[in-house]
Design a protein around this ligand. Structure first.
Ligand code: FES
Length: 123
């Protein structure tokens, strides 16, 4: 049962223990952590995007080509980026820290519902 800490963009971190073999997305959903994962691990949405630091990444298998392809389409990708639906937690990940990635909406407060992305008025 590895202990995992989820770190949101704002607010307190959440530390949980999860059964070995649980994905990061499953662990988040089981513990009320706001990680959408809207495609149900089908590798098409990228909404399970998380950041894992070098210490944590060193304990993980590298991302598959399919995971990397989906990450290419995600917002705000860095070297720490992984897809939570593809990262399986085992005792090797004891103490891992997982930061939730911002969505495009959260990172662009000037773009609100009804605004056009270019800033011009909608037609
Ligand atoms: S849940 Fe959609 S890519 Fe992970």
């Amino acid at each position: 049962m590895p202990r995992v800490t989820f770190i949101p963009l704002r607010g307190p971190a959440t530390e949980v223990s999860v059964p070995s073999g649980t994905t990061v997305l499953e662990a988040a959903k089981a513990n009320g952590v706001d990680l959408p994962g809207t495609c149900g691990a089908s590798l098409v949405c990228g909404t399970c995007h998380v950041f894992i630091d070098a210490t944590g990444r060193a304990t993980l298998k590298p991302p598959s080509e399919d995971e990397e392809d989906t990450l290419d389409l995600a917002f705000g990708v860095t070297a720490e980026s992984r897809l939570g639906c593809q990262v399986v937690l085992t005792d090797k990940q004891e103490g891992i820290r997982i930061r939730l990635a911002p969505s495009m909406h959260e990172s662009s407060p000037q773009v609100r519902s009804g605004d056009s992305p270019s800033g011009s008025a909608p037609a």
